[in-house]
Design a protein around this ligand. Structure first.
Ligand code: IPM
Ligand code: MG
Length: 365
């Protein structure tokens, strides 16, 4: 039996609380499915930086390359310069491990979780493939004469053929896989490219990548939207989408919108993936410092991220079990909403998922 070695970075704010619940569910599902794993914890966070002055050292990135996966809670501390630790840990992982896909499923489990009138689980079930190592996140640029009237700020969007091609290819492969899972009666697979190639002409590289890769996937429909229109269509006709592929920044933005469609930041999960290499899984929410320590944060995003991680590690049945157990609790209203309004303490929500997994009585909130 293969043993999975998983790095854990609990992080800041609500990160450690939600990560604990994710690990609770991991332990329960490992017992049910009979797989083995080992956890290696890492301290990198805003708090660790304040305590020691240390950010993520190059040696940690090297060490992570030897793990099977990494599970991250949340990073960000109000007393640290904005973005410093996020760039070190989150972007450090994405760039350092070349995790070129940020996969963000958008799935509404129950109509009453979502904000759109009349839209239910049949209408909202798609996935965003966000390019994760280039674009405006490449950190190529800088500032000159800062804090003067003559200040110049420069940021370059980087789009390589290799970077676009591999993200687009991943999207097509995912569309094919999702169609297989839907079966013969399900709808046809579709990849929608979201860019801004009308105003930002170099974005046309994405269109060329779409066209080139689509030749290898004749059964997959292709479609193209500018990002402003995509925001409109995500609200107006979310059922149109199957797999979306887009740039790093646009993916960041439209997946917060997507998180709202599925019931909020309390459930949205993501995988930072390089097929075959150490990949990293995290809820998409931040560290929400003002909610920390109060047991009001929803652990569902972290739990769903564990599900995605297990799917990536080849434990598909375990991943499916988590999806079904969480889905049941959301569909039957046991968990009526995600976030502080639910009235269910963080740890109790984790216990509920564990009970649902085991087929035991669900604890009271
Ligand atoms: C996300 C976050 C990060 C991003 C931040 C924390 C750097 O918003 O994972 O979506 O911009 O990618
Ligand atoms: Mg974001």
């Amino acid at each position: 039996m293969k043993k999975h070695t998983i790095g854990v970075i609990p992080g800041d704010g609500i990160g450690p609380e939600v990560a604990d619940e994710g690990l609770k569910v991991l332990s329960a599902v490992a017992e049910l499915e009979g797989f083995d794993y080992e956890l290696v914890e890492y301290p990198y966070s805003g708090q660790h930086y304040l305590d020691t002055g240390e950010l993520v050292p190059d040696s940690a990135i090297e060490e992570w390359k030897g793990l099977d996966a990494i599970f991250l809670g949340a990073i960000g501390h109000p007393d640290v310069e904005p973005g410093l630790v996020e760039r070190s840990v989150i972007l450090g992982l994405r760039f350092g491990l070349d995790l070129y896909v940020n996969l963000r499923p958008i799935k509404l489990y129950s109509e009453n979780l979502g904000p759109l009138k009349g839209k239910g689980p049949d209408d909202i079930d798609f996935a965003v493939v966000r390019e994760n190592t280039e674009g405006l996140y490449a950190q190529i640029g800088g500032a000159l004469r800062e804090n003067t009237e003559d200040e110049v700020a420069l940021v370059n969007g980087i789009y390589t053929w290799k970077g676009c091609e591999r993200a687009v290819r991943y999207a097509f492969e995912l569309a094919r896989k999702r169609a297989e899972q839907r079966g013969a009666d399900g709808r046809a697979p579709r990849v929608t490219l979201v860019d801004k190639s009308n105003a930002i002409r170099p974005h046309a590289i994405w269109l060329r990548a779409l066209e080139a890769v689509s030749k290898d996937f004749p059964e997959v429909e292709t479609d193209h939207q500018y990002v402003d229109a995509a925001c409109m269509w995500m609200i107006k006709d979310p059922d149109w989408f199957d797999v979306v592929v887009t740039t790093n920044l646009f993916g960041d933005i439209i997946t917060d919108l997507g998180a709202m469609l599925q019931g909020g930041m309390g459930i949205a999960a993501s995988g930072n993936i390089h097929p075959g290499k150490t990949s990293m899984f995290e809820p998409i929410h931040g560290s929400a410092p003002r909610h920390a320590g109060k047991k009001v944060a929803s652990p569902m995003g972290a739990i769903m991220a564990v599900g995605m991680m297990l799917d990536y590690l080849g434990e598909e049945k375990a991943a499916q079990r988590i999806d079904e157990a969480a889905g049941r609790l959301l569909q039957d209203g046991t968990i009526p909403s995600l976030g502080s309004r639910s009235g269910i303490p963080t740890d109790v929500m984790g216990d509920m998922v564990v009970a649902a997994l085991r087929g035991e009585a669900i604890p009271d909130p």
